[in-house]
Design a protein. Structure first.
Lengths: 218, 218
DNA sequence: GAATGTGAATTTATTCACAGCA
DNA sequence: TGCTGTGAATAAATTCACATTC
């Protein structure tokens, strides 16, 4: 690919891009100016061709015989991932996890601004979380439209997850992280990423109990 | 496959098994006794052949012309995933996320017992979290050996994640969920599952910004 | 008749290997 | 020479389609 824009980027490529970005920032902080796919691959334990191919979907950012310029690559990945702007995030469900996320400082660093937290329980509504107060879910739709909410983190109980996502979709929110332990569906145009802790633990017990491990590195 | 045991189960199968298990439990709670791969597939929005194939790796649990007996299937998946026993879990890093996880009730329901929480900060050590007190990381290795810790949830800052995993590995812990935003490596025999929130959000912004969506359902 | 279990076909992802450029 | 970018080769995962069994 010689030009500039993405054409059929494999789904598996995008999460890797975030890994590259993170490592590149680390290198930049250490003052490293250039890196080869080989070096980067060694650092994140991946095949070098994989990295080159992933990057090639977005255009050729490297220099043959030389490698990649760290700052250039950071800029390109940042732009490709849409991280060159801020995003409005809300959290629905002010339970243990929801409030932990609401207070998490890591988001702001990446340009994710938590602009609201919602809950249905009267005992929680109005409580303050770091910055701001917990709002009533009744106000969810109006808020999403008015405040241009981009992403919702859903930390409600399993039973309410689907209806919550339905409401968010209706309110125009097109990106959701679902922490509830249920698979939810959403209309096309709305992307839902499941983050399922119990499931992760079960995959681990499978390994512990004899499922083939993550074999030795070749 | 006609016999009983797993032979080369694809890595992608295991997480799906946890989804099946969850839905099957829900069906059982509703009093449903039999289910076909077709029905199950519709409920979790998957291809029916996928489900049959996944299950076939563990043995034929269904009856042709009839379907699967819910209770039988639950029992088989439970056993295959190693969920027919309890597992000792510790949490390393008693920050926002760590304490939220320590108090989360969902674990116990699945047989995951949080037997310890560790932190390095003197201001946190000794504090109580739901049940028990936060311990000093100095005691990590001894504790892991003595209490037969099976799984560790690592919620320390990025900079400490690798050394924490190293220590856990040395202490004989063979399964780790890493919440820190860094890729960590572990000796073979130790499985690390990354749970990377920032990365999830970035994948979403990629979609929002024009990366091809999760196309319409066929 | 109905639905499983599974080879074969297809699609998707990864890795190889090398031509081409700095 | 050294390293990228990429077709070709391989490997992995998914889906099809059907013979088989209840």
């Amino acid at each position: 690919m010689s030009k500039d824009e993405k054409r059929h980027v494999p789904a598996a490529t995008v999460p890797r891009l975030t890994l590259y970005l993170r490592k590149l920032r680390e290198l930049q902080a250490r003052g490293v100016e250039r890196v080869s796919s080989q070096e980067l691959a060694a650092m994140i334990d991946l095949n070098a061709a994989q990295i080159r191919k992933d990057l090639s979907y977005f255009g050729g950012f490297g220099t043959r015989g030389v490698g990649y310029e760290v700052s250039r690559l950071i800029a390109e990945i940042t732009r490709s991932l849409g991280l060159d702007r801020d995003w409005n995030v809300i959290i629905v469900g002010a339970g243990l996890l929801g409030t932990a996320l609401a207070r998490y400082r890591g988001f702001a660093e990446q340009g994710f601004r938590v602009v609201g937290v919602f809950d249905s329980s009267p005992t929680v509504i109005g409580a303050s979380f770091g910055v701001g107060r917990v709002r009533a879910v009744e106000d969810l739709e109006a808020f999403c439209v008015q405040e241009q909410v981009d992403i919702a983190l859903v930390t409600v109980p399993a039973a309410e997850a689907q209806s919550t996502v339905d409401r968010l979709a209706r309110a125009g929110v097109r990106a959701v992280v679902n922490f509830a332990p249920v698979k939810v569906t959403a209309p096309s145009g709305v992307t839902v990423r499941p983050v399922d802790l119990s499931s992760e633990l079960m995959v681990l017990t499978y390994r512990l109990v004899g499922g083939e491990g993550q074999g030795p590195r070749p």
